[in-house]
Design a protein around this ligand. Sequence first.
Ligand code: 2AM
Length: 485
Amino acid sequence: MPEPSGAQAPSQIAVVGLATMGQNLARNLGSRGFRVSVYNRTRARTDQMIAEHGREGAIKPAYSPQELVGQVARPRPILLMVKAGEAVDETIGHLLPALYPGDVLIDGGNSHFTDTVRRAGMVEARGIRYLGTGISGGEEGALRGPSIMPGGPADAYHLVEPILTRISAQVEGQPCCTYIGPGSAGHYVKMVHNGIEYADLQLIAEAYDLMRHALGLEAAQLAETFAGWNAGDLESYLIEITARVLAHTDRSSGQPLVDVILDQAEQKGTGKWASQSALDLGIPVTAITEAVFARFVSALKDDRTEAARVLPGPVVAAGEAEDAGTLVEDVRLALYASKIVAYAQGFEQMLAASAAFDWHLDLGAIARIWRGGCIIRARFLDRITQAYLAQPGLKNLLLAPYFRQAMARSQDAWRRVLRRSVERGVPAPAFSSALAYYDAYRRERLPANLIQGLRDYFGAHGYRRTDRDGSFHTRWAQDGEEVAT
Ligand code: 2AM
């Protein structure tokens, strides 16, 4: 609980790095009664913040790492909100000489989880505790209440728990902040959160593209469609803002703004990192990875413009009867089913990481703290929490009764949508790879038998049999005899 503030009372926490996220978190802390000291490498930003927001709470400026550290009561929680990458190392380097054992450095940026392991080791050698902490919610979330994913030593978390749980989003009286696990677990989980966000965005974009270009609906009609979807199973922040973006008219051209936005998606790397780690762990997160690939394809604007002139697409029969209403509902169901696959894969990745790094992640609790504050907040996350509560050892969310039924309800529509996408030549890589994953996951027998046969033929890699134990090799090109290996 915040103590009463007084002019001379030491600060309870420091925020370093006053770009928008840092400023907004400092304002969030100040507005909830915490005494907070703020510092930024470039003095002008500190002055600007104090001038504009200094009266929102007990927010005190500092102009050097030493001054900052001197203002905060020990053990000192120091929240770093500087640009991910080298800036974090540089900032730690400047702060470290002024810190005392027991102080807690909280890296609230999108650091790569392996950097977090390295930095934690480096500062912990000097008795400083390190919390690699994922914070999601964008600028608005930082100010009003983000979802917070702290990882590192549990005692360090307990020290800052009253602060972090107070500034996080609250859903049904519960904070969207919980201890994730030791080491780099917090940043890892934030990375997977961002990967799922990539998949969500791509799936929404594919749904839009199909309705816009396979059904010919206009942006304004689609805005209404998404707004309607937001009243059902798909209810989420991203669906809500999709409706708003689609409804927005460009002031300069008078057209829907979305129609004049350049179709090249940028990225900062967390989706790619999630895919890379999934590859290392051997977990098929196809939806996240397709979403990353789709951004790469979008970046090839010049190539696409050239190819559009020369590469043929399907010839679509003129005057083909459309039943837009049915297809729109099909797209909704396909989006929901694909989204379930994307989440099932992301949670499977966290389960694998938890086992590989010995983190003991509570997947139900992670879904719970994503219900509010963060970009992927959605009604649907309650279903995930409930699934893990009912079956704590659940291997894959698709197997939980609610999701099994949702797939059963959606799959015919999902297949119809993909038929339409193929016929019309409208790409839907995340929809289709999610369906391919679903169809593969539910198959007892896959064609990997042939792959093993081929590998044995050209490389004598051996194979196992369905009817006998052991490893075998066939002398395919010699006498055709099978030998045990
Ligand atoms: P600045 O205002 O001095 O540029 C986002 O860029 C935030 O990270 C800003 O507050 C920025 O400070 C800070 N930042 C970027 N690089 C930094 C570095 N090498 N050392 C300290 N802060 C840095």
